[in-house]
Design a protein around this ligand. Structure first.
Ligand code: IMP
Ligand code: MG
Length: 181
């Protein structure tokens, strides 16, 4: 791939990510048996996680998509999130599992959870492929975390830099000169 020229180091290979999705999917399958599971993918970063994870969940789950943006830094009140694309499904009484690519400051998910709780789901939890605990500004509890990683900017498998590199099948770190322009 020509994209590979921009990558300094591969952190997680396609095979590793596939294995992780199977692991997360098995846990979700066990925990949500008999429940009314709705998987909610947050656009755009989690589309690949969603596509791969949902095929590892052996339950009659529903899926939906949402796109949000947070208002600024971590000082905002809970529930302060701008909806760019809302859910189609009414989540009242459903067991909602938010599917995310990465939990960074936590501001987006903190605000989103606060807003979705007002719609009275039976439960609401988070599954994130990556988490950077060192970057957290607000507390967010994720029920499922694929990998905890140090504070480095990663791309691929849905994660972008300036809207590019989402379609890399693995996760890696960009070379410094790519940021330099
Ligand atoms: P936060 O948790 O509210 O800070 O927002 C997390 C969002 O920031 C993710 O959904 C990504 O869109 C973006 N993000 C955070 N860290 C990275 C990274 O290392 N690579 C690419 N996107 C990132
Ligand atoms: Mg994102």
């Amino acid at each position: 791939m020509f994209y590979d020229n921009d990558i300094k180091e591969v952190l997680f290979t396609e095979e590793q990510l596939k294995g992780k999705m199977a692991e997360l999917g098995a846990s979700i399958t066990k925990d949500y048996a008999g429940k009314d599971l709705l998987l909610v993918s947050i656009l755009k970063g989690s589309v690949i996680v969603m596509a791969d994870l949902m095929r590892e969940v052996d339950l009659p789950a529903q899926i939906d998509f949402m796109n949000v943006s947070s208002y600024g830094a971590g000082t905002e009140t809970k529930g302060s999130v701008k909806i760019l694309k809302d859910l189609d499904v009414d989540i009242k009484g459903k067991d909602v599992l938010i599917v995310e690519d990465i939990l960074d400051s936590g501001v987006t998910l903190h605000n989103l959870i606060g807003m979705l709780e007002q719609r009275q789901p039976a439960s609401i939890e988070i599954c994130t492929l990556f988490s950077k605990p060192a970057r957290r500004k607000v507390e967010v509890e994720a029920k499922y975390i694929g990998y905890e990683i140090p504070d480095a900017f990663i791309v691929g498998y849905g994660l972008d830099y300036a809207e590019k590199y989402r379609n890399l099948p693995y996760v890696g770190v960009l070379k410094e000169e790519v940021y330099g322009g």
